[in-house]
Design a protein. Structure first.
Lengths: 422, 739
């Protein structure tokens, strides 16, 4: 590339979920220096918490393993966990970015041996499992965590327990004096791929999420079904840990609703079809009922829809669920819905109800600290006032894993071009 | 060149507590006479690393055996210069963390794993990247529609030259006949201008892009960075050398003539979506039957799509495209009655807002199954449907025009199966599964395995569409746009852009002698010892990526830049003539032979596990991280892919007295999880052949097993491994022990 001028050709990727990871790897393998910044203590983002992907029902860790190996083999990628972008100054070709690192209290000498976790006694809610269980105050974020490095919860810092944890480490890896740190990076372009979070189902008052024990969200279902999750993969009712046999899925819980998210979140239909297979694979006489408006199984995903639909234990009912109530005595949850096919008001009882909560871009609340244009829902627009900062994946529109990869790859090229000044 | 080997044993993380490290050290120095052997309480610490550095600099150590944690971790610490050979022995996750500390069996396991590691390291050679003359970094884009033009422009914007070949007389593809585009920006309710003119200008004005219109790719020979493309234009051929290829030939509408049940061909007023688009483009929307203006219209969605008789898949773009066309009518005259008959309205993402807008605009949406499109007797049409909302048959009001959203078919699906794939008759053995290659006349690859990309279901040419959507099964060729999967305009633009980067990345990696996905950066490549080749063709047939051609005498002609380094050819070769510098049949054979097999009176069976290093091996690590316990008779040998397993290893193992061999590979079949497409399936097929051999040798066939395992199945591992060990133990010792 002989016509490169004196500009910074390195790229900052913010977020290391499937989109950010792809953007970073594709750019680095094309020969560019890449810095990746991740808020969580591990790479992989939302997909690391998924049990399986639709439509192949394969584990996300399989693709992540390959991507992590690509990082390990590529000296052009540097990544920072527990890191956030504080400030961005400058323009395409010469951005100055300030990064803040939150203290992990464990340094790079950590070997992942686990002695600290044995020394810890306090238990804190397990964020990785959406608080469905607890974890020791010195912990590995999850089993496949990359980097494989422990973390000490701020809750115990300053206590005797912290000293005990420090004393248990044979590798001088625990540093209780760690403070938040700032440093600057000079980069030529920025890919913003901070992903999404589930819509706050508490806002849909008539579904009673947070009050009804046995009404959970679809992201929680992923952890419940996972062998590495809080129940070792048994899909149980939170109220009494009984196996869930009769499960309902409420589509468009928030999405396609002008009072909540007016857009369609794109992935929830397939996610619920997939989660129905989780339930049915566990218990032969289980049933799954899906309340939907339209089943949006685009492209080849139609096959998966056909396959799940053909199972006699699956019932699809067109209708938007109204009120959801739970009987405190039995834990059974009643879903009320008008069946649009018959016009009848249906009231059915379930062991467990899963809300297919929609997708909210993280960029709606945590904005890029720069002049970036959004739509009213917080999605980053394609057309921007200035070049060099590129929104990708679910910060741009609600998309599935494959599209995140596709979009992350496209964003990486846009970033490469932005560093190409003539 | 004599190798100088150093062995470095870490005693941290519980390894020193579980094992007698001095005994391991003695083994290295006495049994293998290595030049140096050092212990470290923390090998990954600065002190530990300096032990190795001193040996490299001071004692000329060029081969390092690091007996510590899994090769999946501490990769930064344990990376050395390219001229050093490094082999990692996993004493932590796969020995100390999953077997009882201080146990004799645990120690014996560690000793064997060390023997195996030293044996392998001693045979490994430093890597030298593959180089060739006249490597090109230019990108060929086949297809000059939205996706292809985007790919060419985006590659050029990043500084790369592109060659764009379009079959039609001018660029534009489907977009040429399109009036407006669905919304991609707020408020997501208004139609947007067609961007073709801007895009065409960007192509035309770009000195980095060479355009051939009215042209076709007559043939493509060679390999990444060395592709020689013959472009046929105006009866003459031009030769272009390129480095990588974006295949963007798009899709065609599903054949409307097959939709007679929806009135097509019966009434001239039943037309397709693209016919309607042309009418709007020409600003002449009239009824074909009488040339009168259209005062009412009905759209029938899923005309062909989502129909097992026609296209079982969803064409992904038609719901939104029909909403767009409904909007044309409503913009022209808000009072025009517009009906849309649909199954599910797939207005995903922001398109939902367009759907909402059209509901406000007064479009009638009917969810139901169409039962007929008929003449109402006055020359207009009525649509009969089973309305799902009212659960009753319904008839629409009479309309002037019926528009069929007739879906799309990938151009890669248009062709007859490649003839070399006709099944052979009278074959008793399980056959190697052949790829579906349709002769679609797009790339015309001069590849032994067939002229086009192998296709998955419905003719789409991808290979791992969830995690790695751009990957095809031909290295350096990236399908993008509607040829790859049904998609809308916005997605096609992204896809073209992403594919351009994949092509750029390919030329950058390959020109440095590096492999692309999934062993990205690997600098090893297979070398063929041709004197011993028997022209059996197995390597050329079994390579999942079509990397190996054949000459007229059936000698294999390797193309190292097409190679993904999985080793399937090495596993296939009965003469064992295919080797990588750091991975070969003889090397792994010697690793197996280095295992210390106690005699039968010791009652200590020995089992080997050949584990796919992409999934099964990490799962074994996870079992260790979870401190799960399993049988300690297992000796674990990672393989690049189970498809690289050569049957001679099984013979080696059995003749050495090994009691059982377990293969752990990825799921195969339609929803395969193998990163090399069919490696685990090939291993399975080879296994059926070994079973017969075992029976002839009067060895129980149960001594060799294969399990399909995903990376997340680690909690099942103890059960699988223990069950296999018990089964083999029950069979009694291998009678060849001690021979």
């Amino acid at each position: 590339m002989s016509d490169a001028l004196d500009v910074n050709r390195s790229i900052l990727v913010v977020g290391s979920g499937m989109c950010g990871l792809s953007a970073a790897l594709e750019a680095a393998e094309a020969g560019f220096q890449v810095y990746m910044v991740e808020r969580e203590p591990y790479l992989g983002g939302r997909v690391a918490r998924m049990n399986k992907y639709f439509p192949k029902l394969c584990p996300p860790s399989c693709g992540l393993e390959i991507n992590f190996r690509r990082i390990k083999n590529n000296p052009l990628i540097r990544f920072f966990t527990m890191a956030q972008v504080e400030k961005i100054k400058g323009e395409a070709g010469s951005f100055d970015v300030t990064i803040t690192l939150q203290p992990r209290y464990v340094n790079e000498k950590c070997t992942g041996c686990g002695a600290c976790a044995e020394a810890a006694s306090t238990e804190i809610p397990n964020e990785f499992n959406y608080g469905l269980d607890k974890v020791k105050a010195a912990y590995l974020p999850h089993e496949f965590a990359f980097p494989m490095r422990y973390i000490i919860a701020p809750e115990v810092i300053g206590t005797e327990e912290a000293e005990k944890i420090k004393a248990s480490c044979g590798y001088d890896a625990v540093d209780l004096t760690m403070q938040p740190q700032q440093f600057d990076l000079k980069v030529g372009a920025i890919v913003w791929a901070t992903g999404w979070k589930p819509y706050e189902a508490e806002n849909i008052l008539y579904y009673g999420f947070g009050k009804n024990h046995n009404v959970i969200s679809n992201v929680m279902m992923e952890r419940l079904a996972s062998l590495s999750g809080p129940t070792q993969g048994r899909i149980t009712r939170p109220s009494d840990s009984a196996q869930a046999k009769k499960v309902a899925f409420i589509q468009c819980a928030g999405s396609r609703d002008e009072n909540h998210l007016p857009y369609c979140s794109g992935i929830c239909c397939l996610a619920s079809l997939k989660q129905a297979t989780y339930v049915l694979d566990q218990v032969p006489d289980a049933t799954a009922t899906i309340y939907f408006i339209d089943i949006r199984a685009l492209g080849k995903y139609e096959d998966f829809f056909t396959r799940v639909q053909s199972d006699d234990r699956v019932t699809l009912i067109k209708g938007k669920a109204g009120e959801i109530t739970e009987d405190p005595a039995t834990g059974l949850v009643t879903v009320q819905v008008e069946d649009q096919a018959t016009g009848k008001i249906l009231r059915d009882q379930y062991d467990l109800v899963v809300l297919a909560t929609g997708m909210v871009p993280n960029s709606s609340q945590e904005k890029v600290p720069a002049d970036v244009a959004y739509d009213e829902h917080g999605f980053i627009l394609n057309e921007q006032p200035a070049s060099g900062i590129i929104g990708a994946g679910c910060t741009r529109k609600p998309v599935d894993v494959a599209t995140s990869v596709q979009d992350g790859t496209a964003a990486a090229l846009k970033a490469i071009q932005a560093t190409w000044r003539r | 060149m004599d190798k100088k080997t150093g062995v470095y044993i870490c005693t941290g993380c519980g390894i020193g507590d579980a094992l007698d490290a001095d005994a391991l050290s003695n083994l290295a120095t006495s049994e293998f006479k290595v030049a140096s052997c050092k212990l470290s309480p923390i090998l990954c610490s600065a002190e530990g690393l300096s032990l190795m550095r001193q040996d490299i600099d001071g004692a000329g150590i060029d081969t390092l055996v690091i007996a510590a944690c899994s090769p999946r971790v501490m990769t930064d610490a344990f990376t050395f210069e390219l001229d050093k050979v490094v082999e990692r022995v996993n004493l932590r996750e796969q020995v100390a963390w999953c077997h009882p500390a201080g146990d004799e069996d645990t120690q014996m396991l560690a000793e064997d794993q060390l023997r195996m590691g030293i044996t392998k390291a001693n045979e490994m050679q430093p890597l030298t990247p593959f180089e060739a003359e006249d490597m090109s970094k230019r990108i060929l884009v086949v297809g000059g529609g939205l996706t292809g033009m985007t790919a060419a422009v985006e590659a050029a914007k990043a500084g790369y030259e592109a060659v764009l070949v379009e079959k039609a007389g001018e660029l534009g593809g489907y977009l040429k006949d399109v009036l407006k585009l669905p919304p991609s920006r707020p408020p997501y309710e208004e139609l947007q201008e067609n961007t073709l003119a801007t895009l065409a200008e960007a192509v035309a004005g770009n000195p980095k892009i060479t355009v051939y219109t009215g042209a076709q790719v007559a043939s493509i020979a060679g390999a990444p960075c060395l592709f020689d493309v013959q472009v046929q234009q105006n009866g003459s051929q031009v030769s272009e050398r390129v480095g990588a290829i974006v295949m963007a030939t798009g899709a065609v509408p599903y054949e409307a003539a097959k939709l007679a049940h929806l009135g097509y061909g019966t009434s001239p007023d039943v037309i397709t979506a693209s016919q309607l688009e042309l009418m709007f483009k020409a600003a002449n929307v009239t009824r074909p039957s009488n040339g009168q203006p259209v005062s009412s219209v009905a759209f029938i969605l899923c005309a062909g799509s989502r129909d097992p008789e026609h296209l079982p898949y969803c064409s992904a773009a038609c719901c939104v495209e029909s909403l767009k066309q409904a909007k044309y009518f409503k913009e022209a005259n808000p009072d025009t009655p517009v009906y849309i008959f649909y199954k599910d309205m797939r207005a995903h993402g922001h398109y939902e807002l367009l759907y909402k807008q059209l509901q406000k605009d007064g479009v009638f949406f009917v969810r139901g199954k169409i039962t007929g499109v008929e003449d109402d007797g006055s020359g207009s049409l009525v649509i009969a449907a089973d309305d799902e909302l009212t659960r009753s048959p319904m008839m629409s009001e009479s309309v002037d025009l019926v528009v069929l959203a007739n879906g799309m078919v990938s151009t890669s699906a248009l062709g007859e199966p490649f003839k070399a794939q006709a099944p052979k008759e009278g074959e008793e053995e399980a056959e190697v599964p052949t790829d579906t290659i349709l002769v679609s006349n797009i790339l015309n690859l001069q590849y032994r395995q067939g002229p086009e990309l192998p296709a998955l279901k419905y003719g789409f040419p991808d290979s791992h569409f969830i995690c790695f959507p751009y990957e095809s099964r031909r290295t350096g060729i990236y399908p993008a746009g509607t040829v790859r999967a049904p998609m809308d305009y916005a997605a096609a633009v992204e896809d073209g852009t992403g594919a351009a980067l994949k092509a750029i990345q390919c030329v950058e990696m390959v020109s440095q002698g590096k492999a692309v996905h999934p062993r990205a950066g690997d600098m090893s490549y297979p070398e063929f010892f041709m004197q011993r080749c028997t022209q059996c063709k197995r390597c050329t047939e079994e390579c999942p990526f079509g990397a190996i051609n054949e000459d007229e005498k059936a000698n294999p002609i390797p193309n190292p830049t097409r190679c993904r380094r999985c080793g399937v050819c090495m596993g296939a070769c009965p003469e064992r003539i295919i080797s990588f510098k750091n991975y070969s049949v003889a090397m792994i054979g010697n690793v197996i032979k280095s295992i210390n097999v106690p005699d039968e009176y010791d009652e200590k069976p020995r089992l080997i596990v050949l584990a796919c290093e992409n999934d099964a091996y990490p799962a074994l690590d996870m079992a260790g991280i979870r401190r799960l316990n399993y049988n300690a008779w297992m000796r674990i040998i990672p393989v690049r892919c189970l498809g690289s397993m050569n049957l001679v290893w099984i013979a080696d193992a059995l003749s050495k007295g090994i009691d059982g061999i377990l293969l752990l590979g990825c799921k195969h079949g339609d929803d395969y999880q193998c990163h090399f497409i069919k490696g685990s399936e090939l291993a399975n097929i080879r296994m059926t052949k070994i079973q017969e051999t075992l029976n002839r040798l009067r060895l129980e066939s149960e001594r060799v097993g294969l399990e399909q395992l995903s990376i997340a199945d680690y909690s099942r591992l103890p059960e699988i491994l223990d069950a296999f060990a018990s089964k083999v133990e029950a069979l009694g010792p291998n009678p060849y022990k001690g021979f």
